[in-house]
Design a binder for this molecule. Structure first.
Ligand SMILES: Cc1ncc(COP(=O)(O)O)c(C=O)c1O
Length: 388
């Protein structure tokens, strides 16, 4: 009797369940926003990456609707083979203007932007060295590239320097990878120091601005702007799916870099272009970021207020991780505790992220603040955390 070649899947699922690592989705039956309908219940939403509250805005919806009417729902193929829409190029030029780079390239997701860019830039004879808390798309891009992959301790410039001193000269090119805002921690990378190290050891530096674009910097251009590093030799990657409220990813940088990626990034060349609706929504979001800086002001006021409430009285059983962003994480003892806390908070009308290994090394409640939250939302959250 031949062995069922798929039988291992059930076994593997059972192991995932017994470790409390099993994941499932919850259905939202309303527009994105600070208050949503989740599984038939009205809840205050602290689980979204829609930091500026744009994903449910009338302006983005109208832009997406108009573009869909004009250009249809899909782009019907790779931009190189089937042609793109004028909107794609407009979006790329708008991103380049926001980032003050020569040019930009829009991918169909942030994940695709990272894996394609990394695989295009380095190969077998090269070295990638990345922060150990980097996003999955950076880590998997590194593996796919075929380069030798090493990790340095989280935000630890000394460890990065030691590792480069040990082995940089054994490789042709070297690419340093880091999130700018760490999505499951909330802290930010020491970008000026990373840039100095990259220059000293002749390395390229790719910074993932997924959780910084639209939020950090005087004009919302991200951490590169926040740290005064505009115009420096950086590869800036980001996503259109968080503060920009749409879908898609981008890389911004020099004209030769972007031209090279257009010719060499497989996840851009061999995939269908971003839909007209998503493209138009992202373009509108960039206009709003520039026209309405008060959204960023409201966001940071809310972030400060929640942090103040948590600092005044941290609910027992939690360890508040250091954060410089709208993301606050409350570390808990184990996956069981985090699942239970998430469930009880939902019963109390609050939706938060309950994040567990293997996504993160330790279990935690992830709280993401939006510009559109009211002070009372933050107060309700902290009160509910105290009642757990
Ligand atoms: C740091 C980081 N990089 C990349 C991505 C991938 O972006 P996208 O959701 O657009 O694929 C994400 C989002 O999940 C992220 O948090």
């Amino acid at each position: 009797m031949p062995i069922d070649p798929y039988a291992w899947i059930e076994k593997s699922l059972a192991t995932i369940r017994s470790a409390n690592w099993y994941r499932s989705v919850q259905a939202i039956a309303s527009r994105p926003g600070p208050a949503i309908r989740l599984e038939g219940r009205s809840v205050i939403n602290f689980a979204s990456n829609d930091y500026l509250g744009l994903a449910g805005s009338d302006r983005l919806i109208l832009a997406a609707t108009n573009a869909t009417q004009k250009y249809g729902t899909g782009t019907t193929g790779s931009r190189l083979i089937t042609g793109h829409r004028p909107l794609h190029r407009e979006l790329e030029l708008a991103i380049a203007r926001l980032k003050k780079t020569d040019d930009a390239l829009v991918f169909s997701s942030g994940y695709l932007a990272n894996i394609g860019t990394i695989a295009a830039l380095v190969g077998k004879r090269d070295l990638i060295i990345g922060d150990r808390y980097n996003h999955s798309s950076l880590k998997n891009g590194a593996i796919l590239s075929g380069a030798t992959v090493k990790e340095y301790l989280h935000c630890d410039i000394r460890d990065l320097t030691t590792k480069l001193q040990e082995c940089r000269d054994q490789y042709r090119r070297c690419l340093i990878l880091s999130d700018s805002v760490f999505s499951m921690d909330g802290d930010i990378c020491p970008l000026p120091e990373l840039l100095a190290i990259a220059e000293e050891f002749s390395c390229m530096l790719l910074v993932d601005e997924a959780h910084a674009t639209g939020i950090f910097g005087a004009t919302g251009a991200g951490c590169a702007e926040h740290f005064g590093l505009v115009g420096k030799p950086l590869i800036q990657m980001g996503t259109l799916s968080k503060a920009l409220g749409s879908l898609g990813g981008y890389v911004a940088g020099t004209a030769p870099l972007i031209d090279f990626l257009r010719n060499r990034a497989p996840s851009w060349i061999y995939t269908t272009g971003l839909s007209p609706g998503d493209t138009a929504a992202a373009l509108e979001a960039i206009a709003i970021i520039q026209e309405e800086p008060e959204r960023r002001t409201s966001l940071w006021q809310n972030v400060d207020y929640l942090k103040q409430l948590l600092a005044e009285s941290l609910p027992s059983g939690f360890n508040l991780l250091p954060s410089d962003s709208p993301i606050s994480c409350l570390q808990m003892s184990d996956a069981d505790a985090v699942l239970e806390a998430g469930r009880k908070l939902k019963e109390a009308g609050l939706f938060v992220g309950a994040v567990r290994p293997p996504t993160v090394p330790t279990s935690r409640i992830r709280i993401a603040v939006m510009a559109t939250h009211e002070p009372i939302h933050c107060e309700q959250l902290v009160k509910a955390l105290h009642c757990l």
